[in-house]
Design a binder for this molecule. Structure first.
Ligand SMILES: [Zn+2]
Length: 275
């Protein structure tokens, strides 16, 4: 087995409180990057895309990608931090940082970027930072990882205004109207641990009935949203296998087929990634 975790966060700065509250008997060292990558390999997770959220994580993520041949990285400003970046940097300063890191071989995407009207009401700042990053994606010919929460109408409008950019809707939640609109574009659907939650009927039906297997990427969003049977615990790339097995059950196809398609999808979209 050789799965890909197309969306995880292996640097936990900023997540310390979350981690501390969920150690469930394990030491913090248990979640060191070395051990996370090691357990992923043992579980058959061959490649990982370590997703940036803040310009302060660029150095650390670059060091991880240099150390582990199978860990790629992205660079991006999460909507939660849009206002902070907007106030702290000029667009040309941000552009310079993106230019420096996007040119590195293992920076294979821009993300995660988008709109989140649940965590922040700085909507105008979010939209500006989002559009700015879509323009950079076009400039560098890199796919994007999209985060959208309670904002799909504005998100699709902004994406449709950048038709030359493609990517993945990360942690896709399954709303029918959104599925139809995204299917008209070339974007993929990132499916993670929430698929395994018992009451998540909307997403399970979407995966079963509407989402073609050739448009699905596997992800964990580690350390968040651990799949069943680890729900409530710290998530890690090794657990992506549980998402794959749920897709196989819902679509009534073998886990080998899920592996084959989701791998192909990943390497088709993330063109800079080398197997
Ligand atoms: Zn994420």
């Amino acid at each position: 087995m050789a799965f890909v975790d197309s969306h995880c966060h292996l640097v936990f700065s900023g997540f310390e409180g979350f981690l501390k509250s969920r150690l469930t008997g394990n030491s913090p060292e248990y979640y060191s990057v070395d051990l996370l990558v090691n357990r992923a390999s043992q579980a058959g997770v061959k490649h990982m895309l370590n997703i940036g959220t803040h310009l302060s994580d660029v150095e650390g993520y670059t060091a991880i990608s240099e150390k582990f041949p199978n860990v790629f990285r992205s660079i991006g400003i999460h909507p939660e931090y849009a206002k902070e970046h907007y106030e702290k940097f000029s667009f040309s300063e941000m552009q310079e940082i993106f230019r420096k890191y996007c040119s590195l071989g293992k920076t294979i995407a821009i993300g995660e970027i988008g709109l989140d009207y649940y965590v922040s009401d700085a909507r105008e700042e979010q939209k500006k930072i989002f559009s700015f990053q879509l323009e950079l994606a076009e400039e560098f010919n890199l796919p994007v990882s999209i985060h959208t929460r309670e904002a799909w109408q504005d998100t699709t409008e902004i994406l449709e205004a950048h038709p030359n950019v493609t990517g993945v809707i990360h942690c896709f939640s399954g709303e029918k109207a959104f599925v139809e609109r995204v299917l008209k574009t070339s974007y993929y659907f990132g499916i993670g641990g929430t698929l395994t939650f018992k009451k998540n009927i909307i997403l399970q039906e979407a995966v079963r009935d509407f989402l073609p297997i050739n448009r699905i990427l596997l992800e964990t969003d580690a350390p968040f949203l651990a799949p069943v049977p680890f729900r409530g615990r710290i998530n890690e790339p090794a657990f992506v296998v549980h998402v794959a097995s749920k897709i196989s059950e819902l679509k009534n196809i073998s886990i080998d087929q899920v592996e084959k398609y989701t791998n192909e999808n990943f390497f088709n979209l993330l063109k800079k990634a080398r197997r």
